[in-house]
Design a protein around this ligand. Structure first.
Ligand code: SF4
Length: 418
């Protein structure tokens, strides 16, 4: 076979057409529009989407292998009936407690989160902020500039995270005003943007030179803009999304990746290793892997801490040092708690960021519990003076310890948090 023939045999006949079609992503807001689902499936899943919003786009749906019911992209974006099982709470990290004004969260002294909008390029079924997409939620302040006023008055804040929802849904002229206003504040050095748009809709970047010009203007040599990208699976690293990352990097944006550990999507060590290695080739280090928060509707996606820890360690064995710089952490209401290690008897944790300054960098040692999903379910080592456990942990002796509330085992082996 000649080289030309070999090439054409590898190239699908409609590749040019596909490329042509994929210059934009078209939003799909109703399960009814997914032709690959049967009428019966649509009827069942519409019930789920009445509770937890559904949103996708034709580009992202085109990544699904519809012959595989366990396809990771399918699980990520297509509702499942099990989401309706009772489990968890809508605000598992108690973000309400750190909301200082509408749309502004201030938990760690130097960092402020601005919730800029309540929509994303698609909706991840496991989202821990799915409450924002519900009709009666008003946590987001569309007037981001009120939040920027707050930051102006807080000189201890040197970095700001634009989040939501996905800020990259916002139109370019408004984004420019937000970046410009933040750059006028001398004490704000780093602007971070939490976004899954490079995975959901890379055309937002490849087809919008105006946006790239804005990013180039405000991500300067002295003060960078960081994109906290959100790739969950190597299948998302398409030609299009790689091009999206490339143009962002060329615009001076520093891209890193953060993603949760999600059952059925990113819980396979080979898959995680492949994702982190591939990202490292693109110059996008994996920054955090998050333990899934016990969020309402997320039962199908969650995994106990110990199981997740060992799978992540297994994945790390297959990675270069550059690819495995990540931290495995819980975004708990008391702080960002890194899971450092697990042995036969204990789980070793450390506050990477802490809500209370006295906890910053503090070590925690808890009894190993292979069924625990979240910090609240762990039992501190007797006599350990940890402020989060202050009310129970420091005075507890091991034999008489009253366990924190634990999930009941449900039929499928996953606990219920209520
Ligand atoms: S992109 Fe982020 S905020 Fe949006 S649905 Fe996914 S996890 Fe939630």
């Amino acid at each position: 076979m000649s080289v030309e023939n070999a090439k054409s045999a590898e190239t699908p006949p409609n590749a040019a057409l596909v490329k042509e079609k994929r210059k934009r992503a078209k939003y799909i807001l109703s399960i009814d529009k997914i032709t690959q689902l049967s009428d019966e499936e649509k009827a069942k899943l519409k019930e789920v989407s009445k509770r937890y919003a559904f949103r996708a786009n034709d580009y992202y749906l085109s990544l699904i292998n519809w012959d595989d019911p366990k396809d990771p992209i399918r699980q990520l974006v297509i509702p499942q009936e099990r989401e309706l099982e009772e489990w968890g709470s809508l605000d598992a990290s108690n973000e309400t407690a750190i909301t200082v004004q509408r749309g502004v969260q201030h938990k760690y002294g130097s960092t402020v989160l601005l919730l800029c909008n309540e929509a994303c390029g698609a909706y991840c079924r496991y989202c821990f902020r799915k409450r924002l997409f519900m009709n009666d939620n008003d946590e987001v302040n569309f007037d981001v500039f009120e939040g920027i006023e707050y930051i102006k008055n807080h000189p201890e804040v040197d970095n700001v995270l634009l989040t939501g929802g996905d800020p990259m849904i916002i139109q370019t002229p408004k984004l420019e005003k937000i970046f410009a206003a933040l750059r006028e504040i001398e004490h704000v050095k780093i602007i971070r943007v939490g976004t899954k748009m490079p995975a959901f809709n890379p055309f937002r970047f490849t087809q919008d030179p105006e946006l790239l010009a804005v990013l180039r203007k405000y991500s300067t040599n002295e003060k960078r803009i960081y994109f906290m990208c959100h790739f969950d699976h190597p299948n998302e690293l398409t030609e299009e999304s790689r091009a999206g990352i490339r143009v962002l990097q060329e615009a001076g944006v520093i891209c890193v990746n953060q993603s949760p550990f999600i059952r059925g999507i990113s819980d396979d060590p080979d898959v995680m290793a492949e994702l982190w290695n591939q990202l490292s080739y693109l110059g996008v280090p994996q920054y955090y892997v998050f333990q899934g928060r016990p969020t309402e509707g997320n039962e199908p996606f969650e995994t106990p801490i110990v199981e997740a820890y060992f799978k992540i360690e297994e994945a790390k064995k297959k990675c270069s040092g550059l690819a495995k710089r990540l931290k495995f952490a819980m975004s708990h209401e008391s702080g960002k708690v890194e899971i450092l290690g697990v042995d036969e008897r204990h789980i070793y944790l450390k506050y990477h960021r802490a809500k209370n300054a006295e906890d910053e960098q503090r070590m925690l040692v808890c009894h190993r519990d292979d069924q625990a999903y979240w910090l609240d379910q762990l039992r501190p080592v007797s006599g350990y003076n940890n402020p989060f456990f202050r009310s129970v942990g420091s005075q507890v002796d091991r034999d008489n310890f009253e366990r924190p509330e634990r999930p009941e085992r449900s039929e499928n082996g996953v606990g219920a948090f209520n």
